[in-house]
Design a protein around this ligand. Structure first.
Ligand code: ATP
Length: 447
């Protein structure tokens, strides 16, 4: 076997991840009881915790820890002219083909995934129509009239309203160039072939930053943000074998872009983009300036130079990163006793449950619940008093809980509990009062 194939063999199978996600309440198909709706997903009790933790980490790193970034939360539907100015109405499309024989509809640049045609006599080849452009924006109507004047779009990316709000944020937050505006929110694309679980869906979340700089500083800020974003993914536990940066070739760049790089993760279905870092030039502010008639230039207070700032963008898919976290964490580990345990090695900072408190017997519920009440003020705690302790540990391993605390019959006498660590399965006795500090150390160490 080649080194690459050996390497690929160590990746988890998507089927196992999809099945664990549904079974344990992370993610499942939306509208399941109606047979599902293609390209839409629901996050369950554990999935929403994972996703919220990831978003909070991003917000902490990109917004709160910096003086030069402000956050916003804009509406999903913007003035329709927004999408004319941004170029989406004209250009945001994929090439679409249909098979005349079996009616399969595909993106023309993804025909390798179409499989054989089931409907042609004497051939398994599809009979594709010529490609035509299919606009990916989802449309709706605003107001009581359903005519052309009432058409609006669900945003295809979160960043456009950042440009619309640029002047307002700069003035209200009293920011000067260079500074950035960040937003996390839903985006919608009518993808022709949603696939690979949540990787390509029709409704998804993005976390985007638009950082506004003087034209002379665009290269250095592009490098800065690329470095910051790679460091973020590294801190999520993505090693060299699973994470890489792929700079765009000049012929891949948008006509207005000067530089771009994808941050890619190695999924079980191959290397794929999870984040894009782009130098968008002054395209967006200029276009919105032209279309709205409101100039979006700034004046340098010292030099009096008037200019339209350049934009460095970082755009990460929250769902894709959650999926990368799950793929990176999933392992079926062979144990010395011959058994196999499924374990999700999620970092402490994003784990849906950070600690499970497990009294050995229902009779120990009272001291265990006291501990739970104390820990809940700061951590995500799960309490479970039923069943065999080994099985309870395994259930926590499977959902990625880094620590389990067991209250036993000696606790009352020696004031100690057993802390079991998910990855090493090692156990140590810790004073009850020390559990909080132990968890705090883990939290700080995992970022
Ligand atoms: P792709 O080439 O995979 O369609 P893109 O280059 O169009 O992606 P961008 O427009 O740069 O993607 O969007 C930024 C980020 O938003 C992507 O890196 C990805 O994480 C996320 N994203 C884009 N489209 C989808 C989708 N259909 N489902 C889930 N996440 C998406």
């Amino acid at each position: 076997m080649s080194e690459d194939a050996l390497d690929a063999a160590s990746l988890p199978r998507m089927d196992d991840i999809v099945s664990l996600c549904a079974r344990r309440g992370f993610i499942w198909q939306s509208s399941e009881i109606y047979g599902g709706i293609n390209g839409f997903w629901d996050y369950g009790p554990l999935g929403v915790e994972l996703k919220n933790n990831l978003k909070a980490l991003w917000w902490q790193k990109v917004v709160r820890e910096r003086d030069d970034v402000e956050g916003i939360d804009s509406s999903i539907i913007a003035h329709p002219r927004t999408w004319e100015a941004s170029g989406h109405v004209e250009h945001f499309s994929d090439p679409l083909v249909d098979c005349r024989a079996c009616k399969k509809r595909m993106r023309a640049d993804q025909l390798d995934d179409a499989g054989p045609c089931p409907a042609r006599q004497g051939s398994s080849e599809h009979d594709w129509t010529p490609a035509r452009n299919f606009n990916l924006m989802l449309k709706t109507f605003v107001g009581a009239q359903e005519d052309q004047a009432a058409v609006a779009f669900l945003r295809a990316e979160t960043c456009q309203s950042i440009f619309l709000d640029f002047k307002r944020v700069r003035e209200s937050a009293r920011q000067k160039i260079p500074f950035g505006i960040a937003q996390i929110g839903k985006a919608f694309r009518n993808e022709i072939n949603p696939r690979n679980f949540t990787f390509r869906s029709r409704e998804f979340e993005q976390a985007e930053l638009e950082f506004f700089v003087h034209p002379s500083e665009r290269e250095q800020w592009f490098e800065h943000w690329l470095e910051q974003r790679v460091a973020f993914h590294r801190a999520l536990g993505f090693g060299d074998d699973r994470l890489r940066v792929r700079p765009h070739r000049p012929d891949e760049l948008a006509h207005y872009a000067k530089a771009a790089a994808d941050i890619e993760f190695r999924f079980p279905f191959g290397w794929q983009e999870i984040e894009g870092v782009h130098d968008r030039g002054d395209w967006d502010l200029r276009r919105h300036g032209e279309f709205s008639g409101k100039e979006l230039a700034v004046t340098d207070e010292d030099t009096k130079e008037r200019y339209v700032p350049m934009v460095i963008e970082t755009s990460v898919g929250v769902d894709r990163t959650c999926l990368a976290l799950l793929c990176n964490a999933y392992e079926e580990e062979k144990l010395p006793d011959g058994e196999t345990r499924t374990v999700l090695r999620l970092p402490f900072a994003v784990a849906p449950i950070q600690v499970a408190v497990l009294p050995l017997s229902k009779k120990l519920a009272e001291p265990a619940e006291r501990l739970v009440r104390d820990l809940r003020r700061r951590f995500a705690v799960f309490y479970d008093e039923a069943g065999n302790i080994g099985r309870r540990y395994r259930r926590q391993d499977e959902v990625g809980t880094p620590l389990c605390v067991t209250v036993d019959f000696e606790t009352e006498a020696d004031g100690k509990v057993t802390v079991r660590e998910r990855d090493s399965m090692q156990q140590e006795r810790v004073p009850v009062d020390g559990v909080r500090g132990h968890l705090q150390d883990r939290l700080e160490g995992s970022r």
